[in-house]
Design a protein around this ligand. Structure first.
Ligand SMILES: Cc1cc2nc3c(=O)[nH]c(=O)nc-3n(C[C@H](O)[C@H](O)[C@H](O)COP(=O)(O)O)c2cc1C
Length: 357
């Protein structure tokens, strides 16, 4: 199987192509990674590459309770324990760099409104810092003069990730968070050089990517995109133009990879096909894949690597299970976000199961 064949990702050699996708688990009280997170990631160190849960680069970039940050010394020290343990277990780990933009609530930032490209309130409800669900409040449009600060926050997060011993970083440009909010025409009504044309809407994503590349070198930086994504009340008038341009620009930067969240666009094109047509570098796909469909994506050349989220959450030894075509544990959605060890570090490996029999 191609899924089981090794792959050279920049300076890294991946033993196979089965990656762990980024997953927010809300188990970092006070935004500092814990020893339980260390166990969770170590259990999954057999991934070709672990991409961590989204991690805010600044307190303004937080929008959910107990998500970890990567901006303070305390957080760097705590992440260091995690990267050390993953490396001891012969694993590789990238950190996902995150700013939620408008998908937040003032309670996360001492009452200050969330920031966004434009003052457009998302439909629906959001979490407060104490975990209640309340309607979104109107975000504040960032001034043009404030945008360099956002770029600096990502740069600082990238530098902190380096100090914490990661193998690289992934810029979160997907799923309706700040960089995606700038990209998509539905959330970006700006009239300055960060709004309007596709070149302007993609500018922040590209400036952030370039700043992060300055910290890391291009071959240790990936970017996640969700072409046509509507999660978090998102909309774009012309997904082919928007992500086609972004992919072409990213292709010129010789990155470690572009990581596409799979979905079908209104015209029936898949997100992965859209990106592949404009991006020849390493392409990761994620979203709804299993062993067979992941293999098919590789065979068809739509992707070079496949990331699994829920299957990895529930199967810490997923690569071994795919190699042996073994049965899989089922995931329990009720323990995805927040809570304790249950549904986090207690999913059994094949070895655990056979030891019990
Ligand atoms: C519990 C959970 C948390 C997630 N958190 C993140 C995240 O922090 N960053 C991100 O880019 N995607 C996140 N996602 C999306 C996944 O990375 C992935 O795109 C999605 O689950 C589809 O993949 P799957 O079918 O393999 O589960 C999350 C998904 C789940 C289930």
């Amino acid at each position: 199987m191609k899924l089981l064949s090794s792959y050279t990702l920049g300076p890294l050699t991946l033993p196979h192509r089965i990656l762990m996708a980024p997953m927010t688990r809300n188990r970092a009280p006070g935004t500092v990674p814990t020893d339980m997170m260390k166990i969770y990631y170590r259990q999954r160190a057999s991934a070709g590459l672990i991409i961590t849960e989204a991690t805010q680069v600044d307190p303004m970039g937080q929008g959910y309770p107990a998500t970890p940050g990567i901006h303070s010394e305390e957080q760097v020290k705590a992440w260091r324990k995690i990267t050390d343990t993953v490396h001891e277990a012969d694993g590789r780990i990238f950190l996902q760099l995150w700013h939620v933009g408008r998908i937040s609530h003032p309670s996360f930032h001492d009452g200050a409104p969330s920031v966004a490209p434009s003052a457009l309130t998302p439909e629906g409800k959001t979490f407060t810092a104490s975990g209640d669900m309340v309607p979104f409040e109107e975000p504040r449009a960032l001034k043009t003069s404030e945008i360099p600060d956002i770029v600096e926050q990502f740069r600082h997060g990238a530098a902190c990730a380096k100090a914490a011993g990661f193998d690289g970083v992934e810029v979160h440009g997907a799923n309706g968070y700040l960089l995606d909010q700038f990209m998509q025409s539905g959330t970006n009504h700006r009239t300055d050089r960060y709004g309007g044309s596709v070149q302007n809407r993609a500018r922040l994503l590209l400036e952030v990517t370039d700043a992060v590349v300055e910290e890391w070198g291009s071959d240790r930086v990936g970017v996640r995109l969700s072409p046509g994504g509507t999660f978090n009340d998102m909309h774009d008038a012309d997904p082919h133009e928007t992500w086609g341009y972004a992919a072409e620009e990213l292709a010129q930067r010789d990155l470690a990879y572009v990581h596409t969240v799979e979905q079908e666009l209104d015209d029936g094109t898949t997100a992965s096909a859209l990106i592949r047509s404009a991006y020849e570098g390493t392409h990761i796909v994620c979203g709804g894949y299993d062993r067979a469909s992941g293999e098919e994506a590789l065979q068809q050349g739509r992707a070079d690597l496949v990331a699994y989220a829920r299957l990895f959450l529930a199967n810490p030894d997923l690569p071994k299970r795919f190699a042996e075509n073994a049965p899989l544990n089922e995931w329990d959605e009720s323990t995805f976000y927040g809570g304790d060890a249950e549904g986090y570090i207690d999913y059994p490996t094949l070895e655990d199961i056979s030891a019990k029999q």
